[in-house]
Design a binder for this molecule. Structure first.
Ligand code: NI
Length: 241
């Protein structure tokens, strides 16, 4: 091998090492972005909030969740989006998941296509225009669904496994105790971020379940971590292991 050939061999070897190192680095960063499948092997649970946004309470909740590094899922009322656009943008920016809870908080069963679209598609369009993506879940008000709702949803339908009925007596202690007692790996908690007492309860629930080793995640993260797919028009209550 000539001196020139040897020199080229060294150059080719050096370039190969640089390329290999770079591609491994890229692969690693792709994996870390793909967080849902990389969640720690621990108990998972999802906090979901209906009927917002409401500027005062939702903002305080977002502050508390941010302090605790917790991601949640918010099912929004369409008619409350315009006045709270910055709050919704903040949710999205801070990694929370967003869903549709109809435009006027109406029961979706027995609606014709036009009325269904006025409730669901209109809200989806508002969110799409505001946030620049179109991957919103649906939670039908009162948890009422039928074959028509499934057919028209256009996205997964998310119900819940733990409902303390926080709207009933707005009793923070009762709500906290009930949710903590019913907490289970893969559960979905239903609360309403329009009541100050529910915001207090949510943050206490986070602290108590953190102490029990739970990890709070969005609906997408919860199902991805369990290897479960979320399909349009299908109804989901939990992601129990
Ligand atoms: Ni509701």
């Amino acid at each position: 091998m000539s001196q020139l050939q040897k020199r080229w061999m060294v150059v080719i070897l050096a370039v190969s090492i640089v390329c290999l190192t770079f591609s491994l680095g890229v692969r690693q960063s792709v994996l870390s972005v793909d967080a849902p499948t990389q969640l720690p092997q621990q108990k998972l649970i999802a906090l979901t909030f209906d009927d917002g946004p409401r500027r005062s309470t939702t903002t305080r909740l977002l502050d508390g969740l941010a302090e605790r590094g917790v991601k949640a899922t918010f099912f929004l009322i369409g008619r409350q989006i315009a006045d709270n656009a910055d709050v919704v943008e903040r949710m999205d920016r801070e990694g929370h998941q967003i869903g549709i809870h109809t435009f006027d908080h109406v029961q979706l069963t027995d609606l014709n296509q036009t009325d269904f679209d006025a409730q669901v598609e209109s809200t989806r369009t508002l969110l799409k225009d505001l946030l620049g993506h179109n991957d919103f879940l649906l939670r039908p008000p009162y948890g009422k669904w039928d074959e028509g709702v499934k057919k028209r949803a256009g996205c997964p339908i998310i119900l819940w496994s733990i409902d303390p009925e926080d709207w009933d007596d707005k009793n923070t202690d009762r709500v906290v105790n009930m949710v903590v007692n019913q907490a289970r790996d893969g559960g979905i908690i239903l609360l309403h971020d329009i009541y100050p007492e529910s915001v207090d309860a949510a943050l206490q629930i986070v602290d108590k379940l953190h102490a029990q080793g739970y990890y709070f995640c969005t609906i997408d993260q919860l199902f991805a971590a369990r290897g479960l797919s979320l399909d349009p028009g299908e109804v989901y209550w939990n992601a129990y292991p």
